[in-house]
Ligand binder design. Structure first.
Ligand code: SF4
Length: 218
């Protein structure tokens, strides 16, 4: 949980190659010790590393966090800027992190694209691309800005719970609108041939293979 944009930015940077649960274990003590950019910019590296070691890649993360905080002090008066271009100039901050902070802490529309968004949006057929920047642009084209952050959240949750790398299609409510379910084909980006992953569940059902058994209908 975060109380302001600085805390969300810091927690999101820590979440790279880690889990929310692990980040949530370190942030209470971290924010008690470094409550703002000024405190974090003055952090002693060994002390900071010790606090965040369990999130992995702690040396690089420590360097990025101190650099991020220092630039917030130098260029933004210690505040997190509500601007994508300014955010991605901070050390260790990419578009995904910047969009998370914009959308969830600063009230600015942002559409973070992570591996779940990439996978689910391509399977459903909303986009045909594996470049996160292009997918972000394509999804933003499809939706009004006020929907961007919520749409990303939905795709991420759906990717974690249902449309996993091995998708749980039989339990999924998106089936009628999903290219992958209808065709069994993942639509790859232009220039790359589409990939047949599995027989379409529709076709399997029509052949009687895997068709759901149930009471006879009159
Ligand atoms: S039907 Fe299957 S592939 Fe399509 S969104 Fe649902 S889980 Fe993913």
């Amino acid at each position: 949980m975060h109380r302001n944009a600085f805390e969300l930015l810091t927690a999101t940077m820590l979440s790279a190659q880690s889990t929310d649960a692990r980040v949530n274990m370190v942030t209470p003590l971290l924010f008690e010790r470094y409550p703002d950019a000024r405190a974090l910019a003055a952090a002693k590296t060994p002390e900071l590393e010790k606090l965040i070691v369990s999130t992995g890649f702690f040396r690089q993360k420590s360097k990025s966090l101190i650099g991020m905080a220092a630039l917030l002090i130098d260029a933004h008066g210690g505040e997190v800027p509500a601007d994508l271009e300014a955010l991605v100039r901070l050390p260790g901050v990419g578009r995904k992190t910047a969009n998370v902070v914009l959308g969830h802490a600063l009230g600015v529309p942002g559409l973070p694209v992570d591996r779940h968004v990439l996978r689910v949006a391509n399977r459903i057929g909303l986009v045909r691309n594996d470049d996160p920047v292009k997918v972000e642009a394509q999804l933003c084209e499809l939706l009004p800005p006020k929907r961007w952050t919520r749409a990303s959240d939905c795709l991420i949750l759906h990717g974690r719970r249902m449309c996993k790398p091995k998708p749980l299609c039989p339990r999924c409510n998106v089936r009628p609108d999903c290219d992958f379910f209808r065709t069994g084909v993942v639509t790859n980006p232009p220039g790359r041939p589409s990939t047949r992953i599995a027989p379409s569940p529709y076709k399997r059902a029509s052949r009687g293979v895997g068709a759901r058994k149930g009471p006879a209908r009159s």
